[in-house]
Design a protein around this ligand. Structure first.
Ligand code: BTN
Length: 254
């Protein structure tokens, strides 16, 4: 059940704002903002967050499990978001591993899960979700985005109405609270089935770049732990199956 919901006109970042509370008081608390002045993305990137149309949401949760069991949580957030977007009739929503939401290969939303270990069998997380609902392409914030992006209103007429964002926020919040509870009990298994339905990369040729090396290969899918499985071309001309963890690499079509 939701414990506390804070609605803000503007904040630096909903994730940061939630992190200002003591860990024990964040469980089942949520912050929604109209705009963010210092939105944060993965890999230390900025998340451009103009006010007046998009969705910026953070939810705190305490898992009574060790961190390794909670590791697929970002993928769980992506599956929950994709299910809800689909239920609101957003067309062709896909997830690009580990947790980019896309339509037509363009970025529609992203997820940033931040965490701190609070004990050997307890894990506190802050799950932040940003979704482009209505964003004008000529806004300075939109021009600053350095990758192909899209917003829901470009694909779904209803998303152009102000009430749509409220509906999306309400469903997302409900879906995340329910989904986090389910994930804590069942693990990633039931979410992996839906993942396959939304997977943007399966069967695609990709380039996987880490700190040291870049490899190319064909995506086979994900493991029950949420790692990406790729059939890699070896320098000797053969192939081998490798698994990659989300924090370690970035993936792009090849
Ligand atoms: C990414 O794709 O890089 C992740 C983007 C996550 C953005 C959301 S918006 C709400 C929450 N607050 C933040 O500062 N970031 C996340």
């Amino acid at each position: 059940h939701l414990r506390d919901l804070v609605l803000l006109c503007e904040v630096d970042s909903t994730n940061l704002e939630l992190a200002r509370r003591p860990a024990a008081e964040r469980h089942a608390c949520a912050i929604l903002a109209d705009g963010q002045s210092a939105g944060r993305g993965r890999r230390r990137r900025a998340w451009h967050s103009p006010p007046g149309g998009n969705l910026y949401l953070s939810v705190g949760w305490r898992f009574e499990q060790p961190p390794r069991l909670v590791a697929p949580l970002p993928l769980v957030c992506a599956v929950i978001s994709a299910r809800i977007l689909e239920s609101l009739e957003a067309p062709q929503v896909r997830i690009k591993w580990p947790n980019d939401l896309q339509i037509d290969g363009r970025k529609l939303g992203g997820i940033l899960v931040e965490s701190g270990v609070s004990g050997p069998s307890r894990f506190d997380v802050i799950a932040g979700i940003g979704i482009n609902v209505r964003m004008e392409a000529d806004r300075p914030e939109a021009r600053a985005i350095d990758q192909p992006w899209t917003c829901l209103a470009d694909h779904l007429v209803a998303a152009g109405e102000p009430a749509f964002r409220d509906r999306l926020a309400g469903r997302l919040l409900g879906g995340l609270l329910q989904g986090f509870g389910d994930f804590g009990e069942t693990g990633f298994g039931p979410f992996q089935t839906d993942w396959q339905r939304f997977d943007a990369l399966r069967g695609q040729e990709v380039r996987v770049s880490g700190d040291q090396e870049a490899l190319t290969g064909r995506v086979l899918g994900i493991t029950p732990q949420g790692a990406l499985r790729v059939r890699i071309q070896t320098p000797a001309g053969g192939t081998e199956v490798r698994e990659f963890l989300a924090g370690d690499v970035s993936v792009r079509p090849h």
